[in-house]
Design a protein around this ligand. Structure first.
Ligand code: EPU
Length: 414
């Protein structure tokens, strides 16, 4: 592939940012919002609560203004939560703003159990009374009160949910063992623009001084580090010279470190990474960790690249229990991946051949697309609705830099 590919705004930063609009009666305008399915689902969810959503079109399609003047239904129904777990991000803001929230429990997920117990414990610590009825969480509080809460385990949306609630609590909240992901920092930036008083976002300890109300604001969502990483990996697997533009390379440090160790020729600029042709790559191990460690959301795509590197790479998944479903599909294309518990041993280079494969989740789909770009012959990827949840027009972007990709309804042919 050859040319410049532009990174969209971060889905996982835009999701909590949209939920944060519930904290204020005034309009919140978000820019650089990616045009992906999960954010359309979030808009529907917010509209069902009475939020007015004004979405741009054409060149302005990445801008959305949300006004939660009055919240008519403090509820996230099962029909929406079952399609998108991140819907549970409305729990904290709804409770803080209206004193009541009824949110469906998310249920199982393809990549792991993913409970929300730590969100609930945190909200209870802030004074909420929480019950569960008929598959729903019901949370009530007159006014939340600041408290000290230590997350038993690091959780990204858990940190975001409790942080949003704490902005309107009475007094000081200290959250410990918080997620340090750039998306948490981006949310704290938005909340600060809305009048919240927050210190320490991006570190394990976040301190919040509650305020009685928040006001409207305008905020630009950070670039999607996972989409950027996906393009870098796609560029490396296909050779050629590819500029991955409009990204923030420091957010990708753990990936860039592994790639440099494997011999990849990369030019890291202030807001872009240029992938250049070079000698064959050598295999490098990776273990997923919370940020700033190696992102679990890049594990599947990295595995696709390692199928083409010289030697054996051990990829260890520590965040989710069941996030190797792409491995069997990669093997059907000729890869040599062996799974042992939470470790995958990837031996390469293995010649990849096109095949009919099935996507199981968002990042697994991206991994199959990367492998398909390097495979000889045609690959047909089924169930690409997973891809549309988090990648904006992926096939068009890849096509624009020479990727031989075509969308066939619910299939991608590469
Ligand atoms: N966990 C609990 N209890 C909780 C919350 C989490 O046990 O109350 C466990 C989870 O089961 C998991 C671990 O803690 O084993 C970490 O999960 P976390 O809560 O951090 O994940 P998340 O917030 O549900 C976000 C991203 C995911 C990403 C993970 C890890 C959003 C909307 N989603 O999920 O993104 O994989 O953090 O970085 O921000 C994706 O975009 O494809 C995606 C899955």
């Amino acid at each position: 592939m050859q040319g410049t590919i532009r990174v969209s705004g971060a889905k996982n930063a835009a999701l909590p940012a949209m939920a944060a609009c519930l904290l204020s009666a005034e309009p919140v305008t978000l820019e650089n919002v990616p045009d992906v399915r999960d954010l359309q689902t979030t808009r529907k969810l917010l509209e069902s609560m009475g939020v007015e959503a004004d979405c741009g079109s054409g060149r302005m399609r990445h801008r959305v203004t949300l006004k939660a003047g009055q919240i008519q239904h403090s509820e996230a129904p099962y029909e929406l939560v079952k399609t998108m777990r991140a819907s549970t991000l409305v729990l904290g803001p709804l409770l803080a703003r209206t004193g009541f929230a009824r949110v469906s429990l998310p249920g199982g997920c393809a990549i792991g159990a993913r409970p929300i117990d730590l969100h609930l414990k945190g909200l209870e610590k802030l004074g909420a009374s929480i019950t569960q009825e008929h598959g729903y969480v019901i949370a009530r509080a007159e006014r939340l009160r600041g408290a000290r809460y230590v997350f038993d385990r690091i959780t990204v949306t858990g940190t975001e949910d409790v942080l949003m609630a704490a902005t309107l609590a009475e007094g000081e909240t200290i959250l410990e063992n918080c997620a340090r992901e750039p998306e948490v920092v981006d949310l704290a930036d938005l909340l600060t623009r809305m009048g919240a008083r927050i210190e320490g976002a991006g570190t394990p300890t976040i301190r919040v001084e509650g305020v009685s109300s928040l006001h409207g604001a305008q905020h630009k969502i950070i670039p999607d580090r996972i989409e950027a990483g996906t393009f870098i990996l796609a560029g490396l697997i296909t050779g050629g010279e590819l500029e991955v533009a409009h990204c923030h390379p420091p957010h990708l440090q753990a990936l860039l470190d592994r790639l440099q160790e494997s011999g990849a020729t990369l030019e890291v600029k202030a807001d872009a990474v240029r992938v250049k042709p070079g000698p064959p790559l050598v295999s490098v191990d990776a273990t997923t960790e919370e940020h700033p460690g190696f992102a679990t959301d890049l594990q599947a795509q990295y595995m696709a690249l390692m199928t083409q590197a010289q030697g054996a790479a051990v990829i260890t998944e520590t965040i989710f229990e069941n996030r190797f479903m792409h491995a069997q599909e990669l093997n059907r294309m000729g890869a040599n991946v062996k799974i042992e518990g939470n470790r995958a041993i990837v031996r390469g280079p293995a010649p990849l051949m096109g095949a009919a494969v099935q996507a199981s989740d968002l990042r697994a789909s991206a991994s199959l697309v990367i492998a398909a770009l390097a495979a000889e012959g045609e690959t047909i990827i089924d169930r690409i609705y997973h891809l549309d949840r988090g990648y904006e027009r992926l096939e068009e972007k890849l096509k624009s830099v020479g990727g031989a990709v075509r969308r066939l309804g619910q299939l991608i042919r590469s």
